[in-house]
Design a protein around this ligand. Sequence first.
Ligand SMILES: Nc1ncnc2c1ncn2[C@@H]1O[C@H](COP(=O)(O)OP(=O)(O)OP(=O)(O)O)[C@@H](O)[C@H]1O
Ligand SMILES: [Mg+2]
Length: 272
Amino acid sequence: MRIAVCGKGGSGKSTIAALLAKEMAKTKNVLVLDIDESNYGLHSQLGMAAPRDLMEYFGGKKGFKEKLRAAPKTTQFWGLAANEGTSGQPVQQQSRFFKNRWSFSDLPPEFVEEKDGVKLMAVGKIHDFGEGCACPMGTLTREFLENLDLGKDDVVIVDTEAGTEHFGRGVDKDFDLILVVVDPSYESLKLSKKFDEFGAQCGCKVYFVLNKVEPDIREEMLASVNCVNVVAEIPAKREIFKASLKGEELDFELDEIKKLAAFLEKIELLKH
Ligand SMILES: Nc1ncnc2c1ncn2[C@@H]1O[C@H](COP(=O)(O)OP(=O)(O)OP(=O)(O)O)[C@@H](O)[C@H]1O
Ligand SMILES: [Mg+2]
Protein backbone atom coordinates (compact mmCIF):
# COMPACT_ATOMS: atom_id res chain seq x y z
CA MET A 1 0.00 0.00 0.00
CA ARG A 2 1.36 3.42 -0.97
CA ILE A 3 0.18 6.38 1.05
CA ALA A 4 1.04 10.03 0.37
CA VAL A 5 0.82 12.47 3.26
CA CYS A 6 0.17 15.97 1.90
CA GLY A 7 -0.95 19.36 3.13
CA LYS A 8 -0.06 22.95 3.75
CA GLY A 9 3.30 23.87 5.27
CA GLY A 10 3.34 23.20 8.99
CA SER A 11 -0.04 21.44 9.02
CA GLY A 12 1.54 18.37 10.62
CA LYS A 13 2.41 16.11 7.66
CA SER A 14 5.68 14.82 9.14
CA THR A 15 4.10 14.40 12.58
CA ILE A 16 1.21 12.33 11.20
CA ALA A 17 3.52 10.36 8.87
CA ALA A 18 5.82 9.49 11.79
CA LEU A 19 3.04 8.55 14.23
CA LEU A 20 1.22 6.51 11.60
CA ALA A 21 4.41 4.70 10.54
CA LYS A 22 5.14 3.72 14.13
CA GLU A 23 1.60 2.46 14.61
CA MET A 24 1.41 0.54 11.32
CA ALA A 25 4.83 -1.06 11.94
CA LYS A 26 3.21 -3.13 14.70
CA THR A 27 1.59 -5.31 12.01
CA LYS A 28 3.17 -4.27 8.68
CA ASN A 29 6.56 -3.67 7.07
CA VAL A 30 6.77 0.08 6.84
CA LEU A 31 9.00 2.29 4.73
CA VAL A 32 8.76 6.03 5.25
CA LEU A 33 10.00 7.93 2.21
CA ASP A 34 10.95 11.55 2.82
CA ILE A 35 10.54 13.51 -0.41
CA ASP A 36 10.59 16.93 1.23
CA GLU A 37 13.84 18.44 -0.02
CA SER A 38 13.86 21.36 2.40
CA ASN A 39 12.94 19.93 5.81
CA TYR A 40 15.19 18.06 8.20
CA GLY A 41 12.97 16.99 11.10
CA LEU A 42 11.29 13.73 10.12
CA HIS A 43 14.16 11.47 11.16
CA SER A 44 14.18 12.99 14.67
CA GLN A 45 10.44 12.46 14.98
CA LEU A 46 11.14 8.78 14.23
CA GLY A 47 14.08 8.70 16.64
CA MET A 48 16.61 7.97 13.89
CA ALA A 49 19.70 9.53 12.35
CA ALA A 50 19.18 11.31 9.02
CA PRO A 51 19.46 8.82 6.16
CA ARG A 52 21.88 9.46 3.29
CA ASP A 53 20.21 10.98 0.24
CA LEU A 54 19.11 8.31 -2.22
CA MET A 55 20.22 10.81 -4.87
CA GLU A 56 23.84 9.98 -3.92
CA TYR A 57 23.26 6.38 -5.01
CA PHE A 58 22.87 7.78 -8.52
CA GLY A 59 25.96 10.00 -8.41
CA GLY A 60 24.37 12.98 -6.69
CA LYS A 61 22.22 15.57 -8.38
CA LYS A 62 24.88 16.19 -11.04
CA GLY A 63 25.33 12.51 -11.91
CA PHE A 64 21.59 11.98 -11.87
CA LYS A 65 21.00 14.89 -14.23
CA GLU A 66 23.62 13.48 -16.63
CA LYS A 67 21.90 10.07 -16.58
CA LEU A 68 18.60 11.85 -17.18
CA ARG A 69 20.00 13.65 -20.23
CA ALA A 70 21.60 10.45 -21.58
CA ALA A 71 18.54 8.25 -21.15
CA PRO A 72 16.36 7.93 -24.23
CA LYS A 73 12.74 8.75 -23.54
CA THR A 74 11.52 5.37 -24.84
CA THR A 75 13.10 3.53 -21.94
CA GLN A 76 11.53 5.81 -19.43
CA PHE A 77 9.39 3.50 -17.30
CA TRP A 78 8.96 -0.05 -16.15
CA GLY A 79 5.26 0.85 -16.10
CA LEU A 80 3.09 -2.16 -16.91
CA ALA A 81 0.80 -0.21 -19.16
CA ALA A 82 3.63 1.63 -20.87
CA ASN A 83 3.73 -0.54 -23.98
CA GLU A 84 2.17 -3.63 -25.50
CA GLY A 85 4.21 -6.54 -26.86
CA THR A 86 3.35 -8.46 -30.05
CA SER A 87 1.18 -10.84 -28.01
CA GLY A 88 -0.90 -7.89 -26.85
CA GLN A 89 0.46 -8.40 -23.30
CA PRO A 90 1.88 -5.40 -21.45
CA VAL A 91 5.66 -5.23 -21.63
CA GLN A 92 7.79 -3.92 -18.80
CA GLN A 93 10.22 -1.33 -20.06
CA GLN A 94 13.44 -0.88 -18.21
CA SER A 95 13.85 2.08 -15.91
CA ARG A 96 16.46 4.64 -16.82
CA PHE A 97 18.04 4.36 -13.39
CA PHE A 98 17.28 0.98 -11.86
CA LYS A 99 18.87 -2.14 -13.35
CA ASN A 100 16.39 -4.39 -11.57
CA ARG A 101 13.11 -4.00 -9.84
CA TRP A 102 13.42 -3.55 -6.07
CA SER A 103 11.47 -4.92 -3.16
CA PHE A 104 12.00 -3.92 0.48
CA SER A 105 14.82 -6.49 0.80
CA ASP A 106 16.72 -4.87 -2.09
CA LEU A 107 16.81 -1.36 -0.62
CA PRO A 108 20.50 -0.41 -0.30
CA PRO A 109 21.18 -0.60 3.47
CA GLU A 110 23.57 2.36 3.46
CA PHE A 111 20.62 4.57 2.44
CA VAL A 112 18.15 3.18 4.97
CA GLU A 113 17.77 4.07 8.64
CA GLU A 114 15.68 1.70 10.71
CA LYS A 115 14.08 1.61 14.14
CA ASP A 116 11.30 -0.48 15.70
CA GLY A 117 10.38 -1.98 12.33
CA VAL A 118 10.15 1.37 10.51
CA LYS A 119 12.57 2.00 7.65
CA LEU A 120 13.34 5.56 6.60
CA MET A 121 14.74 6.77 3.29
CA ALA A 122 15.13 10.30 1.94
CA VAL A 123 15.22 11.11 -1.75
CA GLY A 124 17.43 14.16 -1.28
CA LYS A 125 17.82 17.53 0.37
CA ILE A 126 18.91 20.94 -0.79
CA HIS A 127 22.32 21.21 0.88
CA ASP A 128 24.04 24.18 -0.73
CA PHE A 129 23.31 27.67 -1.88
CA GLY A 130 22.61 27.86 -5.60
CA GLU A 131 22.68 24.09 -6.20
CA GLY A 132 19.70 24.22 -8.53
CA CYS A 133 16.04 23.33 -8.39
CA ALA A 134 14.52 20.24 -6.82
CA CYS A 135 13.13 18.85 -10.10
CA PRO A 136 15.55 15.85 -10.24
CA MET A 137 14.24 14.80 -6.82
CA GLY A 138 10.71 14.67 -8.26
CA THR A 139 11.91 12.50 -11.15
CA LEU A 140 13.81 10.17 -8.83
CA THR A 141 10.83 9.90 -6.48
CA ARG A 142 8.57 8.89 -9.35
CA GLU A 143 10.98 6.35 -10.75
CA PHE A 144 11.76 4.92 -7.30
CA LEU A 145 8.07 4.41 -6.55
CA GLU A 146 7.41 2.93 -9.98
CA ASN A 147 10.34 0.56 -9.56
CA LEU A 148 9.35 -0.69 -6.11
CA ASP A 149 7.38 -3.92 -5.78
CA LEU A 150 5.39 -4.26 -2.58
CA GLY A 151 4.36 -7.44 -0.81
CA LYS A 152 0.91 -7.60 0.71
CA ASP A 153 2.19 -6.53 4.14
CA ASP A 154 4.41 -3.74 2.84
CA VAL A 155 3.40 -0.13 3.34
CA VAL A 156 5.13 2.97 1.96
CA ILE A 157 4.29 6.25 3.64
CA VAL A 158 5.54 9.25 1.69
CA ASP A 159 6.03 12.52 3.56
CA THR A 160 5.67 15.17 0.87
CA GLU A 161 6.82 18.76 0.71
CA ALA A 162 4.35 21.49 1.61
CA GLY A 163 1.72 22.48 -0.91
CA THR A 164 0.87 21.05 -4.29
CA GLU A 165 4.12 20.92 -6.25
CA HIS A 166 4.33 17.11 -6.14
CA PHE A 167 1.01 17.00 -8.00
CA GLY A 168 2.58 19.18 -10.68
CA ARG A 169 5.47 16.71 -10.89
CA GLY A 170 3.04 13.81 -11.42
CA VAL A 171 4.28 11.94 -8.35
CA ASP A 172 0.82 11.34 -6.90
CA LYS A 173 -0.52 9.00 -9.55
CA ASP A 174 1.61 6.24 -7.99
CA PHE A 175 -0.27 6.19 -4.69
CA ASP A 176 -3.17 4.08 -3.51
CA LEU A 177 -4.42 6.96 -1.44
CA ILE A 178 -3.63 10.47 -0.36
CA LEU A 179 -3.98 11.63 3.23
CA VAL A 180 -4.36 15.39 3.36
CA VAL A 181 -3.44 16.84 6.73
CA VAL A 182 -5.58 19.89 7.47
CA ASP A 183 -4.81 22.25 10.33
CA PRO A 184 -7.14 24.95 11.62
CA SER A 185 -6.16 27.75 9.24
CA TYR A 186 -8.01 29.44 6.39
CA GLU A 187 -5.26 28.55 3.92
CA SER A 188 -5.23 24.88 4.89
CA LEU A 189 -8.99 24.57 4.62
CA LYS A 190 -8.96 26.26 1.19
CA LEU A 191 -6.12 24.05 0.01
CA SER A 192 -8.07 20.93 1.00
CA LYS A 193 -10.47 21.65 -1.91
CA LYS A 194 -7.53 21.82 -4.31
CA PHE A 195 -6.23 18.46 -3.06
CA ASP A 196 -9.67 16.96 -3.66
CA GLU A 197 -9.56 18.20 -7.28
CA PHE A 198 -5.99 16.95 -7.87
CA GLY A 199 -6.91 13.55 -6.40
CA ALA A 200 -9.81 13.25 -8.84
CA GLN A 201 -7.50 14.24 -11.72
CA CYS A 202 -4.86 11.61 -10.90
CA GLY A 203 -7.43 8.94 -10.01
CA CYS A 204 -6.29 8.67 -6.42
CA LYS A 205 -8.63 8.49 -3.43
CA VAL A 206 -8.24 11.49 -1.12
CA TYR A 207 -8.91 11.34 2.63
CA PHE A 208 -8.58 14.12 5.15
CA VAL A 209 -6.93 14.08 8.56
CA LEU A 210 -7.94 17.06 10.66
CA ASN A 211 -4.99 17.99 12.85
CA LYS A 212 -4.52 20.25 15.88
CA VAL A 213 -8.25 20.00 16.49
CA GLU A 214 -9.70 21.74 19.54
CA PRO A 215 -13.32 21.33 20.64
CA ASP A 216 -14.44 24.88 19.84
CA ILE A 217 -13.14 24.80 16.22
CA ARG A 218 -13.97 21.22 15.26
CA GLU A 219 -17.35 21.98 13.70
CA GLU A 220 -15.95 24.81 11.64
CA MET A 221 -13.16 22.60 10.30
CA LEU A 222 -15.59 19.83 9.42
CA ALA A 223 -17.86 22.29 7.64
CA SER A 224 -14.98 23.55 5.49
CA VAL A 225 -13.63 20.26 4.14
CA ASN A 226 -15.24 17.35 2.33
CA CYS A 227 -16.30 15.91 5.69
CA VAL A 228 -17.46 12.60 4.20
CA ASN A 229 -13.80 11.80 3.66
CA VAL A 230 -12.51 12.90 7.06
CA VAL A 231 -10.92 9.74 8.46
CA ALA A 232 -9.20 11.08 11.57
CA GLU A 233 -9.31 13.99 13.95
CA ILE A 234 -6.06 14.47 15.81
CA PRO A 235 -6.27 16.79 18.81
CA ALA A 236 -3.82 19.59 19.47
CA LYS A 237 -1.42 17.97 21.91
CA ARG A 238 1.10 19.79 24.01
CA GLU A 239 3.39 16.71 24.10
CA ILE A 240 3.67 16.72 20.27
CA PHE A 241 4.51 20.38 20.21
CA LYS A 242 7.11 20.02 22.98
CA ALA A 243 8.80 16.98 21.41
CA SER A 244 9.06 18.85 18.11
CA LEU A 245 10.55 21.90 19.83
CA LYS A 246 13.36 19.76 21.24
CA GLY A 247 13.82 17.63 18.10
CA GLU A 248 12.80 14.56 20.08
CA GLU A 249 11.24 11.31 18.95
CA LEU A 250 7.43 11.15 18.99
CA ASP A 251 7.49 8.31 21.45
CA PHE A 252 3.85 8.01 22.44
CA GLU A 253 0.66 6.46 21.16
CA LEU A 254 -2.60 8.18 20.26
CA ASP A 255 -5.97 6.43 20.00
CA GLU A 256 -6.84 8.57 16.96
CA ILE A 257 -3.74 7.30 15.13
CA LYS A 258 -4.57 3.70 16.07
CA LYS A 259 -8.03 4.19 14.56
CA LEU A 260 -6.53 5.72 11.42
CA ALA A 261 -4.13 2.79 11.02
CA ALA A 262 -7.01 0.33 11.49
CA PHE A 263 -9.05 2.17 8.86
CA LEU A 264 -6.18 2.06 6.35
CA GLU A 265 -5.61 -1.64 6.97
CA LYS A 266 -9.31 -2.29 6.44
CA ILE A 267 -9.45 -0.53 3.08
CA GLU A 268 -6.32 -2.41 2.01
CA LEU A 269 -8.03 -5.71 2.95
CA LEU A 270 -11.14 -4.71 0.98
CA LYS A 271 -8.97 -4.30 -2.13
CA HIS A 272 -7.99 -8.00 -2.10
N1 LIG B 1 -1.59 17.47 16.81
C1 LIG B 1 -0.66 18.37 17.10
N2 LIG B 1 -0.67 19.02 18.29
C2 LIG B 1 0.26 19.94 18.59
N3 LIG B 1 1.25 20.31 17.78
C3 LIG B 1 1.30 19.72 16.58
C4 LIG B 1 0.37 18.71 16.17
N4 LIG B 1 0.71 18.29 14.93
C5 LIG B 1 1.79 18.99 14.59
N5 LIG B 1 2.14 19.86 15.56
C6 LIG B 1 3.25 20.82 15.54
O1 LIG B 1 3.13 21.62 14.38
C7 LIG B 1 4.42 21.93 13.87
C8 LIG B 1 4.52 21.47 12.42
O2 LIG B 1 4.44 20.06 12.39
P1 LIG B 1 5.13 19.21 11.23
O3 LIG B 1 6.58 19.55 11.13
O4 LIG B 1 4.72 17.81 11.41
O5 LIG B 1 4.37 19.86 9.98
P2 LIG B 1 4.69 19.67 8.43
O6 LIG B 1 3.39 19.80 7.74
O7 LIG B 1 5.46 18.43 8.22
O8 LIG B 1 5.60 20.94 8.17
P3 LIG B 1 6.47 21.24 6.82
O9 LIG B 1 5.50 21.73 5.80
O10 LIG B 1 7.41 22.31 7.28
O11 LIG B 1 7.14 19.96 6.43
C9 LIG B 1 5.42 21.24 14.79
O12 LIG B 1 5.84 22.17 15.75
C10 LIG B 1 4.60 20.14 15.43
O13 LIG B 1 5.07 19.77 16.69
MG1 LIG C 1 7.33 18.11 7.23
